[in-house]
Design a protein around this ligand. Structure first.
Ligand SMILES: [Zn+2]
Ligand SMILES: [Zn+2]
Length: 327
């Protein structure tokens, strides 16, 4: 198979020919059809996350076809599945036992501790593969697997907020905005101050208001989700939400948060993060998305151009989601 491999943190991915991976017990072999590119891939690439083992095949928004299964597997050869960021949990720790497997002490993540989908073939734990329905093509479905799942987990943490701020209008935001709009919420989109095209994109998706992250929204927000990995947005969002409102940090990594006066947190505002996903999140969102229906906006790149996809994502040069295609 061909794979785009991270040989060393910070070095461009290298196209390699490798033998197909061998599935172990409980694993399926998957022919990858498409794999979306997530900001977390950039954090892996840049070494922002701890203990990155190299060589590594990144990619955790995988859509592919099951080739072989272990005996007793719930999956079948030929079935189309998605493989998300959460790739393995222990099933025994207190978090797993209490419905918080996203926080499992022994979790392993696709494209981080487990080789991922920037390749023509991959193997995955069959308990962490999810059937993908017919409503989406391979490319359309790929961004649902992380931007969609974790974005939706963030949205659910805002409870019944009506006026919802979204900071950073990329892949996750463009999916969350559609679900939020469908739920009857008003979207206030915050983008990089110089990114007028992202604001146009937000308005096309039904945002009530779109402005730069340095602007004050025209109404007090009930909640805000921060997808951009920028710590200075935390006090900005706290200033924009009403007393009792919540600010959700949706990214796995963020630059340091500057100190801020207690009064912008006071008034029972809540500041929280969202980490990873549970299998329940995956099942819930993958059944919800076609009912909205969520339409994903994608930019395709051949597998061999994964480095271009990462750099375009880094510099905000695409709208919606970047997706690698294997043919
Ligand atoms: Zn991701
Ligand atoms: Zn566990």
């Amino acid at each position: 198979m061909r794979a785009m491999v991270l040989a060393r943190v910070g070095a461009p991915l290298v196209l390699e020919e490798r033998p197909d991976p061998e599935p172990g017990p409980g694993q399926v072999l998957i022919r990858v059809r498409a794999c979306a590119v997530c900001r977390t891939d950039l954090h892996v690439f840049d070494g922002d996350l701890p203990d990155i083992r190299t060589p590594l095949i990144p990619g955790h928004e995988i859509v592919g076809e099951v080739v072989t299964v272990a005996s007793g597997s719930p999956l079948e050869p030929g079935q189309r599945v998605g493989v998300p960021w959460l790739g393995h949990t222990c099933g025994r720790c207190d978090y797993c036992a209490s419905g918080h497997e996203n926080l499992c002490e022994n979790a392993r993540f696709t494209g981080y501790q487990i080789d991922g989908g920037f390749a023509e073939m991959t193997v995955a734990d069959d308990r962490f593969c999810f059937p993908i329905g017919d409503a989406y093509s391979d490319v359309e479905a790929a961004p649902l697997l992380c931007a969609g799942l974790i974005g939706h987990r963030c949205l659910s943490m805002t409870e019944d907020a009506r006026r919802l701020g979204i900071y950073g209008f990329g892949a996750a935001a463009h999916i969350v905005a559609q679900v939020a709009k469908w739920q009857g919420r008003d979207i206030y989109a915050f983008t990089r101050p110089d990114d007028a095209s992202a604001r146009d994109f937000a308005r096309q998706l039904g945002a009530t208001w779109a402005g730069g992250s340095d602007e004050t929204p025209p109404a007090e927000l009930d909640a805000a989700i921060i997808f951009a990995p920028v710590g200075t947005l935390v006090p900005a969002a706290l200033r924009a939400v009403r007393p009792g409102g919540v600010v959700v940090c949706g990214g796995i990594h963020m630059s340091d948060i500057p100190s801020f006066p207690y009064r912008i947190l006071w008034g029972e505002r809540v500041l929280r993060s969202v980490a990873n996903l549970t299998r329940r999140d995956a099942e819930d969102f993958l059944s919800l998305a076609p009912r909205v229906p969520v339409k994903t906006h994608t930019t395709r790149y051949p597998l061999a151009e994964a480095n271009d996809a990462l750099e375009d994502l880094r510099h905000g040069r695409l709208s919606g989601a970047a997706v690698l295609v294997m043919d």
